[in-house]
Design a protein around this ligand. Structure first.
Ligand code: ADP
Length: 259
């Protein structure tokens, strides 16, 4: 057998070692590149909301000095969005490190799913008033789950549906239930995801890189956390999507009885 030179190391008679070296190396390289991209994007993501907050609070001060209370209140309300953005970013960074360490904690309680989804959609609508969120097929379902964490799942899916739909400003959420499971589908009519990346998007720090998404902020943590929470609740998450047509994320959760 001919010796093969890979990255300065000569392998002879050990083709399997060579293959695994090449795979390990390219996987490691990909993760390193992803981490580098993550750090540079994280700096932007942290700085942008802070810049807005700084500008708006300066404006509040100036307006108050001029006794323009109404304008001061308007400027102050513009701080809400970036504060939420930062809060979420920091929460997600902590969640990712907890998941990595196997220390993400859950509190179980009976959760009224309709009520939870109503709250989530109201919050998202408040942040994105130009988007319509249609809820279809309300079901009377109470399930044993971590309320905050489930809220995080649907907040993430709806936020993504909006974030990656720059043109069609309607997203839909469909609910259906059987005796032992409830299914929630989040549909959008946005950019879509290439088929070969449908598994990748659930990986830590993975972002689809194409020209249309360049200006869309994000760090590739959302779906990784969502998948982890759904798995913890014994459920499944799948994606059906086509580029230019839109995406559907389907979450199915088992209805466990509290006994
Ligand atoms: P982020 O949005 O911060 O990049 P996520 O983990 O939430 O991270 O999503 C990973 C990738 O999956 C995104 O970069 C995006 O390209 C793609 N994606 C997620 N949801 C959608 C969606 N509804 N439509 C199109 N692409 C999506």
């Amino acid at each position: 057998r001919l010796p093969v030179l890979v990255g300065g190391v000569i392998f002879q008679d050990q083709p399997w070692q060579m293959v695994s070296f090449v795979l390990d190396n390219s996987a490691r390289k990909e993760l390193e590149q992803r981490k580098d991209a993550f750090i540079s994007m994280a700096s932007h993501e942290l700085r942008n909301p802070l810049t807005t907050m700084k500008m708006q609070t300066q404006l509040v001060r100036k307006r108050l000095e001029k006794q323009s209370q109404h304008e001061a209140a308007t400027a102050l309300s513009r701080v809400e969005g970036p504060v939420k953005q930062l809060e979420r970013l920091i929460r997600e960074l902590l969640d990712v490190s907890k998941i990595q360490a196997g220390r993400l904690e859950y509190v179980r309680e009976q959760v009224d799913l309709n009520e939870l989804l109503r709250e989530v959609t109201a919050t998202i609508h408040h942040l994105h008033p130009s988007y319509t969120i249609l809820e279809r097929g309300a079901v009377e379902v109470s399930l044993l789950a971590d309320r905050d964490r489930l809220g995080q799942v649907f907040t993430n899916l709806l936020s993504n549906a909006i974030k990656y739909s720059p043109d069609v400003r309607t997203v839909e959420m469909d609910l259906s239930a059987s005796d032992d499971a409830v299914t929630i589908c989040v549909h959008d009519h946005g950019l879509g995801i290439p088929r070969e990346l449908h598994d990748k998007i659930f990986e830590r720090f993975y972002r689809v890189a194409d020209s249309k998404r360049k200006a869309i902020p994000g760090l590739g943590m959302g779906l990784y956390i969502v998948a982890e929470i759904v798995k913890h609740h014994g459920g499944t998450i799948t994606v059906d999507s086509a580029v230019g047509k839109g995406s559907t994320f389907t979450v199915t959760l088992p209805l466990m009885k509290d006994d």
